[in-house]
Design a protein around this ligand. Sequence first.
Ligand SMILES: [Zn+2]
Length: 144
Amino acid sequence: MQTSDAIPVDYLTTLSAQVLSRTGYPDFPESIQKLPGDLIVVLSEGDFISFAARSPAGGKVLIGIKSYHRYPLTLPNVTRNLIAHELGHAIGLGHNADPTMLMCGRPAPCRPDAFQSDTERFFPLTDQEKARLVHMYPTNWPSR
Ligand SMILES: [Zn+2]
């Protein structure tokens, strides 16, 4: 489902900082809780570090994507991989330290600008991440 409901940039900016600091955060406000679905992807005009945040009470995951008018989302091939990276968090993946991989991130020095490419492509998952997903979602994968 797509909605044009607005989530204030100030809220996204604060939540981004809280996710990044790993200090925890209060549960999502009622305005977000009432939105249908378990995964909410917010395409914002704001300028914050994009993030995925799981509701402390469980259930919903909120992905905040900063404005695509702002660096580094202005670089070719970055936005698609940034969104895929945050979706990876939403389904349970953490970070690795390999800059050639989709889920590279803190504390490794990987930042979204590393997704820049002149050819449109998604950065891959590691074999370990794929195995983890198969383990977490065993019935959702086709058997071979
Ligand atoms: Zn990340």
